[in-house]
Design a protein around this ligand. Structure first.
Ligand code: GUN
Ligand code: FE
Length: 424
């Protein structure tokens, strides 16, 4: 049994809107599992090795619940195009390159390291349709210390040049991929129909059956963009709403993640709430590819599960610092332009969505919950000028808005120290 004590200024978000601040406190880990957070170190731990982070902020690391790994090389490109044109012009050709395992290895190694350097330790990510590149992605994430879910993408219609499978290939390759996923300690498979226009009914039905038989979670896109919604209506005239195209094939339950939901109306939102589907709000992507501004606070107030994602490369930054502050901006724009939108998100609320709400999808309690493996980042902001002596809450706000990746001194993931930059 290995015991370790961390000392620092701990801030977490135990509930939506609340912050717990513990300055100069001690967090005790036994084999990476949080035992508690104390103002005075209990006697029994006095002789244990200590990581003394001084006044530095110790925060829960981020959970990014929607991002596309093969789009990492095209970050910040094609931003003058709306979603469907952007997919055809930039995204599909960029993803087609991942047929090459050497290219995949090089890109995914960089991506995995950058994720940790940004303080993101839990992810739900789309790979491409390529099985081998997907396994390489899982290997590189695992090596870097990233945990969570990865999905081989399924797409057997409306793809690009060299980016489409037959239905048989898609099924066969998904089975091959699932057989090889057992060897990872911290990464698990998630079924990933790209979105309804990418998958035939036959493939959707097979995915739904497989999710049930193998007890697998599901991720996809929903009601992101008006042209996309219209297209789905044409493809499925039998379905009144977009969500029904997933529900009718068994892809709609409390382990389903749906990215965006910008155009989901009250009925579609009620269907998410009833099934326990998690909405992944990706505010940067929604604006970049001209989709819209999702009513994020309305969804929270209606009782939906809402978490955040960068959706790179629809999103233009890998950093969840951005996703949090962009969610606040999106909620303000919505409030300013939509009389029905209740209010904007506060810093504490948006940060809860980027940390604790995301953790919930992995079955973890909020913030630094006792009994959970530690996921944390240590942020040293002492060299920034201060207008007045800042409270911990103000320091957190400033770090979020100033995207303080470079101030991250250490990162813990699943109870392990995965990045240690030492003293400044
Ligand atoms: N819908 C289907 N594929 C994609 C994708 O790669 N990115 C985004 N933002 N939306 C999608
Ligand atoms: Fe996406």
């Amino acid at each position: 049994m290995e015991t370790c004590v961390l000392k620092g200024c701990f801030v977490d978000a135990p509930t939506f809107g609340s912050l717990r601040v513990r300055e100069g406190s001690f967090l005790v880990l036994v084999d990476g599992v949080i035992q508690g957070l104390w103002d005075r170190l209990p006697e029994e731990y006095a002789a244990c090795p200590m990581k003394d982070y001084g006044e530095a902020l110790v925060l829960p690391s981020f959970a990014d619940l929607h991002l596309h790994a093969p789009q990492y090389p095209m970050l910040g490109m094609g931003m003058d195009l709306p979603l469907l044109d952007w997919l055809g012009t930039y995204t599909f050709p960029a993803e087609a390159r991942f047929a090459d395992p050497d290219y995949a290895r090089e890109v995914y190694r960089k991506l995995a390291r950058e994720l940790i350097a940004c303080g993101t330790t839990r992810v739900c990510r789309f790979s491409s349709l390529h099985t081998d590149a997907t396994l390489i992605l899982m290997e590189e994430l695992e090596k870097a210390g990233v945990t969570g879910y990865v999905g081989k993408v399924n797409m057997d219609r409306n793809g690009g040049v060299n980016l489409q499978e037959t239905t048989e290939e898609s099924i066969r390759e998904t089975e091959r991929w699932l057989e090889r996923c057992g060897g990872f300690a911290h990464l698990r498979p998630i079924l990933t129909p790209r979105f309804t226009p990418s998958c035939t009914n036959e493939l959707m039905a097979w995915l739904g059956r497989t999710a049930a038989e193998r007890n697998l979670p599901i991720q996809s896109h929903l009601s992101e963009n008006d042209r996309e919604v219209q297209w789905v209506r044409e493809l499925h005239p039998d379905c009144g709403q977009y969500w029904e195209t997933y529900a009718k094939y068994g892809l709609w339950n409390d382990r389903t993640l749906m990215a965006h939901c910008v155009w989901s109306d009250q009925r579609e939102r009620a269907a998410m709430k009833e099934a326990g589907v998690t909405v992944v709000h990706c505010p940067d992507s929604n604006v970049n590819v001209c989709s819209g501004v999702a009513p994020v606070r309305t969804m929270v107030e209606e009782g939906l599960k809402v978490a955040l994602g960068t959706d790179i490369a629809g999103g233009d930054h890998l950093s969840m610092f951005d996703a949090v502050t962009s969610a606040i901006r999106a909620s303000k724009i919505r409030q300013l332009t939509d009389p029905a939108h209740p209010a904007f998100l506060t810093v504490a609320e948006a940060w809860y969505l980027g940390t604790s709400a995301g953790q919930a999808f992995f079955g973890a309690g909020p913030g630094f919950a006792v009994g959970e493996k530690l996921h944390a980042l240590v942020l040293e902001d002492s060299d920034l000028p201060q207008p007045h002596p800042l409270t911990a809450r103000e320091r957190l706000e400033r770090c979020l808005y100033r995207r303080q990746e470079e101030a991250i001194r250490a990162v813990w993931s699943e109870g392990r120290l995965v990045l240690d930059r030492g003293e400044k």
